[in-house]
Design a binder for this molecule. Structure first.
Ligand code: NDP
Length: 309
């Protein structure tokens, strides 16, 4: 069975940065891209806050650049997702796509996080027919149409602003009476003439014959003024946060109540020596491309030290 010095799981900024460092230290890292090569940044629009890009850069291009940088130093970037692990033995065992097995002397988990859904049966019913968690992936289909975005954070504001450039009308459905997003993102939403913010509204269902034609909302739920509201929309976008992709590791690796991998304070070390976690899968707090990249760097340095010692 192939015995790899350093396996990196995940192809976002954390994974690729780890690969650059591990590659430059001659660890010949193998990086499994998983189901979303490039990670969440490939589903975002312009990245304006990553140092070194004074004019901003689109997420896809940035990830392609980091990937090339990782490959330049000998990273073997492979298609495929890690579907099962056995971390009770060393070298660690990993199963790829339910078929191939490999051994790893060190593992860097950089599997990131995935979009959350509200949990309404209608979200599944209309999946791919008007329900999406990625405006930049699917916004194109809603040119000149009416859409809604759920959420009040930076992601929701970013998605709403992006969609406002394509759609005729964008509703931003916010459960609280205020937005959580940063000032600059809030301002962009407020300045867009075709975005209407529906504060204190919650979605309880979607309707439509073949695809989404509208959403059923409740305004001021649980108060005297509670009221049901229907909006006519063709697309319904979720932007209510993410959950960490840690499920397959949880039997071995300590996670918190939300599933984020617990690491030793200030380091990417997990409860198992030789296994490190970097990026959003271990970060319930900052969740930025730059912090993910930094933790990927730390994880690689730890892996290098582990192999040397
Ligand atoms: P956040 O956790 O910041 O915000 C989630 C939003 O969804 C909140 O408004 C929350 O409401 C709402 N929400 C959560 N669950 C539900 C629900 N069941 N029903 C209705 N609404 C719900 O997540 P984001 O993805 O927006 O951001 C994550 C991190 O990434 C943040 O640190 C953010 O700053 C960062 N980010 C930065 C960007 C940038 O700088 N350009 C772009 C995108 C993200 P409530 O407020 O009531 O809890």
């Amino acid at each position: 069975m192939e015995n790899i010095k350093c396996v990196i799981i995940g192809a976002g900024p954390a994974g690729y940065t780890a690969a650059i460092y591990a590659g430059r230290a001659n660890l010949s890292p193998v990086l499994y891209e998983g189901v979303l090569p490039g990670g969440q940044l490939t589903t975002t629009t312009e990245i304006e806050n990553f140092p070194g890009y004074p004019d901003g850069i689109d997420g896809f291009t940035m990830m392609e650049d980091i990937k090339r940088q990782a490959e330049r130093f000998g990273t073997d970037v492979r298609q495929g997702a890690v579907t099962a692990v056995n971390f009770a033995v060393h070298p660690f065992q990993l199963e790829i796509d339910g078929r191939t097995n490999v051994l790893a002397q060190t593992v860097i988990i950089a599997t990131g996080a995935s979009a959350k859904y509200l949990g309404l049966p209608d979200e599944q019913h209309y999946a791919g027919h008007g329900v999406s968690a990625c405006a930049t992936c699917d916004g194109f289909f809603y040119r000149g149409k009416r859409v809604a975005v759920v959420g009040g954070g930076d992601t929701a504001c970013e998605e709403a602003t992006y969609l406002a450039g394509l759609a005729e009308k964008v509703y931003l459905i916010v459960r609280k009476p205020c937005l959580r997003a940063s000032d600059i993102m809030q301002k962009r939403v407020q300045q867009a003439e075709n975005i209407e913010i529906l504060f204190e509204h919650e979605t309880i269902g979607l309707f439509g014959e073949k695809g989404v034609e509208g959403a059923l909302l409740v305004r001021k739920r649980g108060t005297e003024d509670e009221q049901q509201v229907k909006i006519a929309i063709d697309g319904f976008f979720l932007a209510i946060g993410h959950h960490p992709n840690s499920e397959i590791f949880a039997p071995y690796i300590h996670t918190d109540s939300q599933g984020y991998i617990c690491t030793e304070a200030g380091t990417p070390r997990t409860n198992i020596a030789g296994i490190f976690a970097a990026g959003d899968v271990a970060d319930p707090h900052y969740r930025q491309a730059i912090t993910a990249a930094a933790s990927g760097c730390k994880a690689a340095i730890e892996a290098i030290n582990f192999i040397r010692n």
